[in-house]
Design a protein around this ligand. Structure first.
Ligand SMILES: [Mg+2]
Length: 234
């Protein structure tokens, strides 16, 4: 048996394995339409983003926090006069987001299937526990993963902890994802490889600059190129 450089490959889930942000964008559009008589769309979106930023530290990432931020924004935009039926529709639209279909991205299944033969695969994701468990179950990808970590935030400490527990430590691990801020920069800080797979839609709060002078930083256009990249490292 050959000794491999890597033992463990971490995968982000939302917009790396399956579509996610597009459903938030649709929900946000619907939300701005519900409040159209009180303010214009861009203004509402701006206030919503401010509320989301403020609330991250209270509610964490995911749909429940997003729904509460929509309600908070509705109260602000209407100076406290938001009608009860609009609140009810905001709650409905948040619940719809919790039941959207799971659409896996191209190359995901065959890539996971092949890599799972030689590596320990770990799904590492933020978001609501129920929602991520539902999406994993519906995706049919669960069997490829050795472990699933649903975490409140993704920092270097998170990656060090997960990759120390599973496989040969952070230096022998790789993190793959669409968020430079959550998936790539902190994984590289932990000593792992960070493979950035950009998605055309990525939440504005997940944007940071690509790391410079980082020998363990990689970027590929889609997951179909991951196996070739890994073969090149081994
Ligand atoms: Mg993501």
């Amino acid at each position: 048996m050959t000794t491999r450089t890597l033992t463990t490959i971490g995968f982000d889930a939302d917009d790396t394995l399956w579509q996610n942000e597009q459903y938030y964008r649709l929900t946000e559009t619907h939300f701005t339409e519900l409040l159209a008589e009180f303010a214009d769309g861009p203004k509402i979106s701006e206030r919503l983003l401010e509320a989301e930023k403020r609330n991250l530290r209270h509610y964490g990432f995911g749909i429940k926090g997003f729904t509460l931020s929509m309600i908070e924004t509705a109260i602000e935009i209407t100076d406290g006069k938001v009608p009860g039926d609009i609140i009810a529709q905001i709650l409905d639209t948040g619940r719809d987001l919790l039941s959207h279909p799971v659409e896996t991205l191209p190359h995901v299944r065959e890539t996971l299937e092949a890599l799972a033969r030689n590596y320990l695969l770990v799904m590492i994701t933020k978001g609501d526990l129920f929602d991520q468990e539902r999406k994993l179950a519906q995706s049919g990808l669960g069997d490829f993963f050795h472990a699933v970590e649903i975490v409140s935030d993704k920092t270097a400490v998170t990656y060090r902890r997960v990759f120390s527990k599973i496989g040969g430590g952070p230096e022998r691990a790789m993190m793959v994802g669409n968020s430079l801020k959550s998936d790539i920069v902190p994984a590289i800080a932990a000593g792992s490889y960070g493979v950035f797979v950009p998605h055309e839609l990525t939440w504005v709060l997940e944007h940071v600059d690509e790391p410079k002078d980082a020998p363990r930083f990689r970027k590929i256009p889609h997951l179909g190129e991951l196996r070739g990249l890994i073969d090149g490292l081994e």
